[in-house]
Design a protein around this ligand. Sequence first.
Ligand code: ATP
Ligand code: MG
Length: 424
Amino acid sequence: MARIETPKRIRGTQDIFGEEQRRFARVVDAFEYVRRLYCFQRVEVPIFESTAVFARSLGETTDVVSKEMYSFEDRGGDSLTLRPEFTAGIARAYLTEGWQQYAPLKLVTHGPVFRYERPQKGRYRQFHQIDAEIIGAPEAAADIELLVFADQLLRELKISDGVTLQLNTLGDAETRDAWRAALVTHFEQHEGDLSQDSKDRLTRNPLRILDSKDPKDRPIADAAPDIDSYLTSEAGGFFESVAKGLDAAGVAWTRNSRLVRGLDYYRHTAFEFVTDRLGAQGTVLAGGRYDGLIGSLGGPETPGIGWAAGIERLAMLLDEPDAENFEVAVVPDRAEFEERAIGIVAQLRRAGISCDLAFRGNAKRRTELAIKRNAGAILFLRDENEPSGDLYLKYLGNDIEGVRDIAARVQTALGVSNLYSGTR
Ligand code: ATP
Ligand code: MG
C-alpha cells in the first residue's frame, strides 16, 4: 500500500501555539484595552479585495504591489488579492459602505495579512497586524492622537524602553513635487554610483532611495537635499503642530529626515517606532498621513492617517508571559463520584470560576496533573461519611490572585455552608 505523505506547512506561514500564542494574545489584548481608552471603534473587513483596491492605492511601483502581493483569479475570472495591509481595504469600505456620514471616524482592526517575501526571523508570508486609522480629519490633532495611542500601547506592553519614535514630514503635494524634483537632480548626478535597485527607483520611486539599506547608496542618500528647504509654510506649520502636540502629551520623538514610507499615498506626517533589538527587522510600528489615498480610489479627496504594527514583532519583544493557569481542579476520590464531579464543575464554571476536570485517571494521577498545570486549588470529592465533609478544598501555590477568597467563592457557587479547606 502506498504511504500517504503528510502535507507540509506552507513556507512563511505559522502555527502559533503555547508560549508564542500567549505572547500574541497579550499584544491583541493590550491593543483592545488601549483602543477603548482612545474611543476607537472596531471594524472587520474582508481578507481579500479586488486587486485594483491595492494596486491603485498603494501605487504600482511599490515593493508590495510590484512583487509581494498574493493575487489570483477566482472561479468567476475576477482578479482578487489577499490583503497585504489594512488601510486600502478600510478606505474602500469607507467609500462603498457610506461611512462618510460618520466622519471623522476612528477605527481599529487586526488580523492576518499576506506578502510574498523571503521568510526569515520576524518576516513571514502570512503575518498579523494591528491597525489604527482616522479618516476624515485633516487636523494635526488626529496625527497626535494616533501617535500617543501607539506610544501608550508600547508602554502597556512594557516594551517602550529602547524603542524610538522617528518622525518626518513628507509635506503637501506642492512640497513633495518640488522636493522630488530636487532629489531626482541630485541622484542623477550620482547615478553611476547607485546600486541597481536604486537606479530602478530613480524613475519609479526616487524617494525610496533615501532609506536604501545598500552601503553603496548610503553616502549619496545622506548627501541628498532635505525636504525642509522645500516645505511650504503650511506644510511646515503642520509639522510643527504635530511636534508640539507630542511634546505636550509627553511622547518622546526624534526627527529622521531620511524617513520615507514605502507606499505612494503618504503626505505630511510619516513615522516609525524603531527598536535596535530585532536586527534588520527593527521597525515595530509604522504609518503616516495618507490624504491622497481615498482620492486615488476614485472617491472625494478625504484626509486620513493610520498606522500598523506586526503582532509577531511586538510579541518577540515582550517579556516571557506567565504560564496560563486556572482556579480549581476537581478531583473525585473514587470512580463512583464521576457524575457528581461533572455536576460540580458545571456549577463552578457557571459561577465564573475557571476549573477543570481531567478526562481520565484515578485521584492520584489527577492530583499530579492539577499541580503540573498550575491549578490554584484542588477540590476533592469524598465519601459522604468523611468526618470533615464530602468536599475538601486544598490550596496549591500562590500564583493565582485572590487564592484566599476561593473557598468563599466555591462555597457560594455550590450553595454549601461549611467547606473544609487547607494548604498543602
Ligand atoms: P519592512 O521594512 O520590515 O519590510 P514594511 O515597511 O514593509 O516593513 P509596513 O508595510 O509598514 O512594513 O507594515 C507595518 C508593520 O508590519 C511593520 O512595521 C512590521 O512590524 C510588520 N511587517 C511588515 N512586513 C512583515 C512581514 N513580512 N512579516 C512580519 N511582520 C511584517
Ligand atoms: Mg516590507
